[in-house]
Design a protein around this ligand. Structure first.
Ligand SMILES: [Zn+2]
Length: 385
């Protein structure tokens, strides 16, 4: 009997697609998300999300597909599978590391007092999914001067933004293709670096931003610029196609969930707990997972024959392959792992423009070499006469 995690990662598991009907917003999603393990089908989407959770270095996941294909449901359901993390217990987001770095002035008065008395200013909590509102401004995202504190307490304090609040959590950016480029850039920078710095006049704040980034977009509503697209690690093309049996199974599960969410969650609780433990094991194992020579060779050769310029291609490919091996409890990622994640990591990376551009350039370079040789030849012939 394979483990719960392996059953999810096996393409042969539940030969069905994701619960489309679960897209219905019950207003319960934040507290009682549909269980990840109860999702039907959409194997590729589930694999990509799990790989990103096991290894945040894959660089996030972009879900590409039309509305109503269960993208949001799947992302929300992930929070069930994540371990607890330590977060700030304070509204201003003070952390012990702020205090260590900047002393009393770097935290709010209440947290400074607590720290003096040896009281904790953090608490352990389940990972949350932070959803970026579509109308978010750059200040909301990266943070700015806290005007309330400035007015009430006559002190200037930088307010951490959504990116800092997403630290240790999942940041879900729905309709990422409709966001302002500057905002998408800030998000991708922070996700890649794991921290970011805000400057407001003389004030500087550096915040941690270690989150699993998940974006979604409906290509019918506009494309993501290639530069931004390139910075997402894994890309899943989500389709809403499903068979009669799959639709029936989705209908049954979603009906049961809607009728009594608590009872439905209880049915899936044991399997969910098992998968969560396995994800933790995989995360712990990941540090030791290496790639075989053949796996490296396959990956690099693939990138070459596919004419992909971006070095992020092989980076994501290899990190995803390592996560895939870790999920399988192996210390070495081999060609099977590379094959399993290749489409996720490499699709939509080749730039037709750059391929054409480079071919034209090669033709011109060839022409220059040919002309130079012809001139030299003519001069030589002239001297011989
Ligand atoms: Zn505080």
């Amino acid at each position: 009997m394979p483990s719960a995690l392996l059953r999810i990662l096996s393409p042969l598991s539940t030969p069905t697609l994701v619960a489309k009907a679960a897209e219905i917003d019950l207003g319960l999603a934040e507290h009682m998300p549909f269980p990840f393990l109860a999702l039907v089908g959409q194997t590729e989407m589930r694999i990509a999300l799990l790989l990103a959770v096991i290894n945040p270095n894959v660089g996030g996941v972009l879900l590409i597909g039309p509305r109503g294909t269960g993208k949001t449901t799947a992302v929300r359901s992930l929070s069930d599978l994540l371990p607890e993390v330590e977060v700030s217990a304070c509204e201003e987001g003070c952390l012990p590391e702020d205090y260590e770095r900047g002393g009393e002035g770097a935290v709010c008065p209440s947290c400074a007092a607590k720290l003096k008395h040896g009281e904790p200013i953090t608490r352990w909590t389940a990972v949350r999914m932070i959803e970026l509102p579509l109308n978010a401004r750059l200040e909301d995202v990266v943070g700015g001067i806290n005007e309330r504190v400035a007015l009430q307490q006559q002190r200037v304090r930088l307010e951490r933004g959504i990116l800092a609040r997403a630290d240790q959590n999942i940041l879900y950016v729905d309709e990422v293709n409709l966001l302002d480029d500057a905002i998408v850039d800030a998000i991708l920078d922070a996700a890649a670096a794991g921290s970011y710095t805000v400057r407001r006049g003389p004030m500087v704040g550096t915040y941690r931003s270690r989150f699993v980034l998940i974006g979604s977009m409906n290509p019918e509503e506009g494309n993501l610029r290639p530069q931004l697209m390139d910075r997402f690690g894994l890309r899943v093309v989500v389709r809403g196609l499903m068979t009669r049996e799959e639709r029936l199974e989705i209908y049954r599960r979603v009906s049961a969930y809607r009728a009594n969410p608590r009872a439905f969650l209880r049915q899936w609780a044991a399997a969910t707990a098992e998968a969560r433990a396995e994800i933790e094991q995989a995360r712990a194992l990941l540090k030791e997972v290496t790639l075989s020579e053949q796996a490296l060779d396959l990956g690099l050769e693939l990138v070459r024959v596919l004419d992909i310029d971006s070095h992020r291609a092989e980076f994501t490919l290899f990190e995803a392959a390592r996560a895939h091996a870790a999920a399988d409890g192996r210390l070495q990622a081999d060609v099977r792992d590379v094959q399993a994640v290749a489409a996720l990591a490499l699709r939509q990376r080749r730039s037709e423009f750059m391929v054409r551009y480079s071919q034209q350039q090669q033709a011109e370079d060839e022409e220059i070499r040919r002309q130079a040789q012809a001139i030299l030849q003519a001069r030589q012939d002239g001297r011989r006469k």
